[in-house]
Design a protein around this ligand. Structure first.
Ligand code: AQP
Length: 344
């Protein structure tokens, strides 16, 4: 198989309040990957419109996600930060991938089933085709590594299947056009880091999510210290004391989640956290969790608010990133068209 230059790509949707799950599951890893790789981080606004969006709200959410990236420590000069819709090649390659991906593959996507629910006939075609656009986001840069939370594993596997099928279907043309035995890398999901699946504060069996109607289900990056304290104190628990070892968290989804959040925020293992708090009651533990969450999220939220107050700066970052992203995407898309047999 051809060798590809290591390149990281990942995206976040501008669809509402960024929460602790997005932060620990994705953004913290984005920051880390900058030390070892060239990285492209994208505010995926075209994914956002797969469900209805208010245009004014969408614009401010795009700026807010960009601000979160920068506030968390992503360097938009050393790496690339931009919003997806600026680079038309994402949509162009997505169409090609719509023609490569099979209906059966997309029919198996659990996120579509969850989001469409009983209203399947009424959701947008875009919601169904979302994973093909996601594959295009990654592969239009021929990116090799994709840091994501656990919930995106299935979509990443589909991206690999699409890349593989394209490489197989067009193997002869790929070779004739001088690209060896494969045009696309098989992108590797990086599902690791502090917390790959942060659960809702109200229900430890559901993932923390932007679209949960209860704001008490999540800690938002811009929550004030008072709000964080209220949400953590109201977080669902059970009547038992905290166990002294992780084995004792089995079957206790809410306790497991809170201990996992504490461990992730403090860069410790769950066992280590339980050595400190095991045997104690939840109220002592929750007080410590409030202090830790405020200490970790407070500075990020404050910096986000400062950056959002300077939209001209945020927009300049996105425009510069868009220009640099296009420089990589355009020649790749041109090569895809040549491989397909298109003229021009
Ligand atoms: N609860 C989570 N735990 C760990 N990682 C998570 N991610 C999302 N929720 C959790 C990761 O955050 C990145 C950006 O996600 P996204 O905004 O592009 O899409 P999403 O997964 O749809 O996020 P939400 O918050 O759950 O939104 P809704 O409510 O619209 O479904 C991804 O890497 C994701 O894995």
């Amino acid at each position: 198989m051809a060798q590809f230059k290591p390149l990281v790509f990942s995206g976040v949707q501008p669809t509402g309040n960024l929460h602790l799950g997005n932060y620990l599951g994705a953004i913290v890893k984005f920051v880390e990957m900058q030390k070892t790789h060239d990285c492209i981080y994208c505010v995926v606004d075209m994914h956002a419109i797969t469900v209805p969006q208010d245009p004014a709200q969408l614009k401010s959410s795009i700026r807010e996600v960009t601000a979160a990236f920068i506030a968390a420590g992503i360097d938009p000069k050393a790496h690339i930060v931009f919003n997806q819709s600026q680079v038309a090649e994402h949509a162009e390659l997505a169409w090609v991938f719509n023609c490569v991906a099979r209906m059966g593959w997309l029919n198996r996507m659990t996120q579509f089933k969850e989001k469409a629910g009983k209203d399947r006939e009424n959701v947008s075609v875009g919601l169904f085709a979302y994973p093909a656009l996601m594959a295009a986001d990654i592969l239009v840069y021929r990116a090799t590594h994709v840091p994501v939370g656990e919930d995106q594993k299935q979509h990443l596997e589909l991206s690999r299947d699409i890349a593989q099928k394209f490489n197989n279907d067009f193997a002869e043309s790929i070779a004739l056009c001088g690209h060896g035995d494969a045009f696309f890398p098989l992108p590797e999901p990086l599902i690791q880091g502090p917390a790959t699946r942060v659960m809702s504060l109200r229900d430890g069996t559901k993932k923390m999510s932007k679209s949960d109607p209860s704001d008490y289900s999540r800690l938002n990056l811009t929550d004030t210290a008072d709000i964080i304290a209220q949400k953590v104190r109201k977080a669902k628990t059970d009547p038992e004391a905290l166990p002294s070892e992780t084995a004792g968290l089995a079957g206790r989804a809410e306790a497991d989640n809170l201990v996992g959040i504490y461990a992730a925020l403090d860069n410790r293992s769950k066992d280590d956290v339980l050595r400190e708090f095991g045997g104690g009651n939840f109220s002592t533990f929750k007080n410590a969790l409030v202090d830790l969450a405020v200490a970790r999220l407070g500075p990020v939220g404050a910096e986000m608010k400062r950056l959002v107050g300077d939209p001209a700066y945020i927009d300049s970052v996105l425009l510069d990133g868009g220009r640099r992203a296009r420089e990589i995407a355009a020649p790749n898309m041109k090569a895809v068209k040549e491989i397909l047999g298109f003229i021009g």
